[in-house]
Design a protein around this ligand. Structure first.
Ligand SMILES: [Zn+2]
Length: 195
């Protein structure tokens, strides 16, 4: 199993949510065959190990085993089952997918955090205040854009002053909309800063 495998005794730390598992890589390396048992490592830029997990393959899924440090400084062992799904491609080949353990959607990449889930589920796992905060910002922007007769679409510019509106009002509302939009972009940005 080359450089990957200390196997059953190789419990290590999962330290960062930036760790991802790509099913295409596992397949390419032949690691999806039932009965495999190996460790998967992530390296930091400086070459040091960032974390690792143990993976066992069954007929229709993988089990992921790892230890996490809990708040009290102890260790928590986590075992997650990830089901696999296969779709047919051209020429009779089959393409594997993970079924996200949380939402069951087919995905090619799972992201580590406390648990391995799809990118979407990791975003939803952020505190709900964050979501409603973003929703609130969107509502304010749409309202302003309506007042300004501008497209209800943040990627389109606010160009024309509505008839009868004072220039000072137009500039003030446009500034306000731009300010809210950049807040939304930074909110969305932080929700997707996983990889
Ligand atoms: Zn999911």
């Amino acid at each position: 199993m080359g450089g990957y495998g200390s196997g059953r005794n190789g419990y290590k730390v999962l330290t960062s949510r930036k760790m991802s598992l790509d099913i295409r890589t596992l397949k390419r390396k032949g690691y999806l065959n039932p009965g495999m048992h190996f460790s998967w490592y992530w390296k930091m830029n400086n070459g040091q190990e960032a974390g690792s997990i143990n993976i066992c393959t069954g007929n229709d899924g993988l089990s992921l085993n790892y230890k996490l440090r809990n708040n009290e400084g102890g260790w928590q062992t986590i075992e997650t089952l990830v089901e696999l799904d296969w779709t047919s491609c051209h020429f009779g080949s089959r393409r594997p997918w993970f079924l996200c353990p949380r939402c069951s959607k087919r995905v090619a990449i799972l992201y580590g955090g406390k648990y391995f889930n799809c990118r979407n589920c990791h975003c939803l796992a952020y505190p709900s205040e964050n979501e409603s905060q973003t929703d609130r910002l969107y509502r304010k922007v749409w309202k302003l854009r309506e007042q300004l007769n501008a497209p209800i679409n943040m990627t389109r510019p606010i160009l024309f002053k509505p008839k009868g509106m004072h220039w000072s009002t137009f500039i003030r509302l446009t500034d306000k909309a731009h300010q809210l939009e950049s807040q939304i972009y930074s909110e969305i940005g932080c929700q997707f800063r996983i990889k």
